[in-house]
Design a protein around this ligand. Structure first.
Ligand SMILES: C[S@@+](CC[C@H](N)C(=O)[O-])C[C@H]1O[C@@H](n2cnc3c(N)ncnc32)[C@H](O)[C@@H]1O
Length: 1010
């Protein structure tokens, strides 16, 4: 059967504005993410992005560019980004999504547009604008009118505003029927579902169902999105944890509903059985029969300087910071044991004081009650109330490395561990319950000792069986912290005896179940350990317990939380979604360098040059999974294969990536496509990527930059996002031309300009600040574009591919490729004119293009003017200014910043600059005139400083006349920059005193006569 040679839409256009918004919101969603129930992995890609990539790869681009807008319109229908699709995606009752800033309620928007009859539909006719809501109990006819009004209002909103009242795209099953009519008419298909459409278009392009592959599958989001669309899927990852998660995505969530039901039933049964066992044994029950939900532990150290007292450490003794009940822990000195007893109190005078813990910053602080006691005993004269923790560790002789047989600290260890509070669930009449915080009582401590004895008795046997890990912690970048900060040398050291008992009981129990569902129970065991280890933190402000991997590191803690079995219901008995996929799928565990499975479309998201150390983080889980993985997948390895993981950013990274991608290129037909997803800020990685793809025989066809990730938390105005670059790659034809540097560079320049403009347009479309790109994003995109041009050539004079790959970074120096990338960056920098400045230039009389004007400024001027644009957008993080400094290649950009405070960064004010260079313009050598010290911006800043210090306007202008090319440039430069400064500092607090002076200076410059 002939297959379609047409270009795919993905090679021509992509709705990056809408997709950025969708991807961003998918990542930001707090609940309901489809794969989250499976477990923990890092850097998963948004499903909406993969889905769009697959559909875009199958959508045939029209040959006539005139029809491209029509292509896009239909493609948007396919993605449910058009009015009808968005209407289908609307939330129940058009409820606004939870996000910041809070959006207006939809009823409020409707009232604004309601005619006099429609106002009837509102409570009290909508008169009370403080409480706008629909009238209750509308009859059928009224409901119909209400829906008509809602639809009219909704269709009148832009995409971004509509999205505030909609579900994620993957939460609906595809376009509504009316869209299918249009899609089918345009594409020549007969589909009524996305799966039908994918099947028909696959047939047309490949003569069969498309096979989508992911060689770095991680959590499995890419294979899952492909399976959901009905594609045949190949998924693989080097890491057994990733492979197990991908298994879950494909078999539990995208698998048969019967299997899904079997899994849910099995996990429920186990959960209940263990619950019953806990109740029977009374291991989490108080004397009164209450059930424990949380255990609060802290470390304890002996301080010789304080008469050998044992000091429990915590940053605060408040258990809940913002609750009415105000529970807190009182430390009561016990002279007999030279240690403290704990007493939980509620509220009272001591609550505020209890916020001060015994560990403040790097120091241990003697609790007041003990300090008073020592004082009375005359033991405080030669010691201080605060002692650095590190010096205490040092004086103790360091930390003892724990042995395999250890499962709790020994009495002579520097760090001991103590249980200082328990949260109980007290039953109340009518099935109600109440949380009670209480210090552990004698009875509770006996139960605690019982669990310790159980572990002591069984540790060795259970380690042999594998129910408790016996693996040594292999030292690495991340794991080193465990050894260094606690002396923990084996994975089971990260758990209290109670936690070990819980995990071992679960692990032992799941070995008995059918092997079909056992991998899914192993995933639950992973969830259990992530939620029940000594690295779980209590957030007393948010009243919530955190998991081990709330970030990508092993953070050891001074006080930590243990969960009772009742609190483990979500982790071990999760509600998995069920979304059956139609196609076939295979899931293997392979090094991408050697996999062997031909795919039409590879969508890959490789490790990002050390952004996440997957292999080390996964070992936490693997230590527990081992017996189950061996039983379920007998032919597979169970370790993290650290040595084979793609990592680093030096020659070894380039070589391993090149080997992986060469192999993928071999495993794809000539008409196949690859999409490489990459999220990284370091601009050097891009040069490497170009090299890697080029050496792998691939040609970059397009690069789409989608804003997917927030470096901080959540959407905040002005909180800039991180982009995922989607490189669209095809096999480079065997007859690709040879390139010559002199011809390649102009091509790069033209393409960079096109792409930057496209990104800026999309940013405007998607609502500006919420999906803003930083200048670094533009620079990275520019480099990606350079990659696009370069990889189209079979070779370029002066570039030795092998040598570039293999030469270590330190010895690489300046290569031809690097020059080309820098050229691309320069073009981009020249192009990034602040929007406000562009506006003023348009008004300026001498017709200079914004681009020319900007290009002629010095890097420091660009930095200052751009910084003010950032500040106007609410940006105050130092990182954003660092990015700018890097983008403009200014080594000492900090000299251009005001006082550096992490989250209150801003550019330097005129008054903060040192005195300017007062050389006269005419006397300056020509080559110095373009330098920052003699630039217009610099001298305008100086003139403002003069005004601020009391000089009159004439003197300030005279300074400009002397030091700048005033008579030639006043209209086209001085006045443009002054107007820009005035406009862009409107809401800038730091500039408020200067703004009247800006006006004064502007008038004086404008009216000055010789
Ligand atoms: C960025 S993650 C992929 C995340 C994934 N796209 C998702 O949505 O969850 C990169 C993956 O590459 C895997 N990896 C590292 N080296 C590899 C190799 N040599 N072969 C195959 N996979 C490898 C890591 O285990 C990790 O899961």
């Amino acid at each position: 059967m002939p297959t379609s040679p047409k270009k795919s839409l993905l090679e021509v256009q992509f709705p990056i504005g809408q997709l950025s918004l969708e991807s961003y919101l998918e990542r930001d969603a707090r609940t309901g993410k489809i794969l989250n129930s499976l477990g923990k992995w890092w850097g998963t890609k948004p499903i909406v992005l993969t889905r769009s990539v697959i559909l875009g790869s199958l959508f045939e681009a029209s040959e006539d560019p005139e029809r491209w807008p029509d292509d896009l319109e239909i493609f948007l229908k396919l993605l449910c980004f058009d009015n009808a699709g968005m209407w289908k995606r609307r939330n129940e009752g058009l409820k606004e999504i939870s996000s910041r800033p809070p959006w207006p309620r939809f009823a409020e928007l409707c009232l604004l547009q309601a005619d006099s009859e429609e106002r009837d539909l509102f409570k009290d006719g909508g008169v009370d604008t403080s409480d706008i809501r629909w009238r209750p109990r509308l009859n059928e006819e009224e409901l119909a009118r209400k829906e008509a009004l809602e639809k009219r209002v909704f269709y009148g909103l832009g995409h971004e505003a509509q999205r505030r009242y909609c579900k994620r795209m993957e939460e609906v099953d595809g376009p509504p029927p009316e869209s299918w009519q249009e899609i089918n008419a345009y594409c020549g298909t007969q589909a009524s579902s996305l799966q039908d459409w994918v099947a028909e278009m696959s047939q047309r392009r490949y003569g069969r169902m498309i096979k989508v592959g992911d060689a770095f599958s991680g959590m499995g989001s890419i294979p899952f999105a492909a399976a959901e669309l009905g594609c045949d899927v190949f998924a693989s990852d080097l890491n057994p944890v990733a492979s197990l998660l991908t298994w879950g995505a494909l078999n539990i969530i995208a698998g048969e509903p019967e299997f899904h039901a079997e899994v849910l039933a099995a996990q429920e049964k186990i959960y209940q059985e263990i619950d019953h066992w806990y109740l029977q044994e009374g291991l989490e029950t108080s004397e009164e029969g209450w059930r424990a939900t949380l255990y609060f532990y802290c470390v304890e150290i002996t301080v010789p300087e304080w008469d050998g007292w044992k000091i429990p450490l915590s940053g605060t003794w408040q258990l809940l910071k913002s609750s009415k009940t105000q529970p807190w822990v009182e430390l009561i000195p016990d002279e007999e044991t030279k240690s403290f007893r704990f007493k939980v109190n509620y509220g009272g005078d001591g609550f505020a004081d209890s916020n001060k813990g015994s560990k403040v910053g790097p120091d241990v602080v003697c609790p007041q009650s003990l300090w008073d006691l020592l004082h009375v005993q005359g033991k405080t004269a030669n010691t201080s109330r605060t002692i650095p923790l590190n010096s205490l560790i040092e004086n103790h002789g360091g930390l003892r490395p724990w042995e395999k047989s250890d499962f709790m600290p020994r009495p002579s260890d520097f760090y001991g561990e103590r249980l200082y509070a328990i949260r109980w669930e007290k039953p109340l009449p009518k099935g109600k319950k109440k949380n009670i915080f209480r210090e552990p009582r004698e009875f509770d401590l006996k139960v605690e000792a019982q669990t310790e004895q159980l572990i002591s008795k069984h540790l060795s046997d259970w380690q042999k069986e594998g129910w408790i890990p016996d693996w040594r912690i292999q030292e690495g970048v991340k794991t080193r912290e465990l050894i260094r900060t606690r002396g923990w040398t084996h994975w089971h050291h990260l758990f209290t005896p109670r936690q070990l008992l819980m995990a071992a009981t679960y692990s032992q129990r799941i070995q008995e179940i059918a092997s079909r569902t056992r991998p899914s129970m192993a995933l639950n065991l992973g969830q259990l350990t992530n939620y029940s280890a000594k690295l779980c933190r209590w957030d007393s402000t948010g009243n919530s317990a955190k998991e081990v991997f709330y970030n990508q590191a092993y953070n050891t803690l001074l006080n930590f939380i243990g969960r009772g079995w009742k609190m483990m219901e979500n982790p071990v008995n999760p509600h998995h979604f069920s979304r059956k996929g139609e196609g076939s799928h295979s899931n293997t565990m392979t090094d991408a360098r050697v996999l062997n499975s031909c795919c039409d479309l590879w969508i890959t998201d490789p490790p990002y040059a050390d952004a996440v150390i997957y292999e080390e983080l996964s070992e936490f889980f693997l230590a527990w999974y081992k017996p189950h993985l061996k039983a379920c997948f007998p032919n597979r390895y169970t370790d993290s294969k650290r040595e084979m993981a793609v990592k680093g950013d030096d020659a070894s990274f380039r070589i391993s990536m090149s080997e992986c991608y060469s192999n993928l290129t071999c495993n794809m037909p000539d008409n196949g496509l690859q999409v490489l997803m990459f999220t990284h800020k370091d601009t050097d990685v891009w040069e490497d990527l170009a090299l890697i793809m080029w050496s792998a025989g691939l040609q970059v066809k397009q690069v789409w930059s989608i804003a997917t990730e927030t470096p901080g938390a959540g959407i905040r105005v002005g909180n800039y996002v991180q982009a995922t670059y989607n490189m669209i790659l095809r096999k480079r034809p065997s007859d690709a031309p040879m390139g010559f540097v002199d011809l390649v560079i102009p091509q790069i320049k033209t393409r960079v300009e096109e792409v930057i403009l496209h990104m800026r347009d999309s940013q405007i479309q998607s609502g500006g600040l919420n999906c803003g790109y930083t200048d670094t994003d533009y620079l990275l995109a520019a480099q990606a574009v350079a990659a696009e041009v370069v990889t189209g050539f079979s070779s370029i004079d002066g570039i030795d591919l092998e040598e570039e790959l293999r030469t270590p970074n330190k010895q690489r120096g300046n290569s031809v490729l690097k020059d080309m990338m820098n050229q691309a960056k320069r073009t981009a920098v020249d192009f990034l004119v602040p929007l406000g400045l562009e506006e003023h230039l348009r008004r300026s009389p001498d017709g200079t293009s914004a681009y020319q004007f900007w290009r002629n400024l010095s890097p420091e001027e660009k930095f200052l003017l751009k910084s003010l644009e950032l500040e106007a957008g609410g940006v105050s993080k130092i990182g954003a200014f660092q990015d700018l400094g890097r983008a403009y290649g200014i080594a000492d950009y900090e000299d251009l910043l005001g006082p550096v405070v992490a989250n209150e960064a801003r550019s330097q004010l005129p008054s903060e600059f040192p005195r300017a260079d007062l050389a006269r313009w005419e006397d300056l050598p020509a080559n110095e005139r373009t330098h920052f010290p003699h630039s217009v911006t610099r001298h305008l800043y100086h003139a403002l400083k003069m005004l601020a210090e009391g000089a009159d306007a004439d003197r300030a202008v005279k300074h400009l006349v002397d030091s700048t090319n005033f008579w030639s440039e006043r209209q086209g430069k001085h006045l443009v920059i002054l107007a820009y400064l005035y406009q862009t500092t409107e809401a800038n607090q730091a500039w408020q005193d200067l703004r009247p002076l800006l006006q004064t200076l502007r008038l004086a410059v404008e009216n000055h006569r010789a």
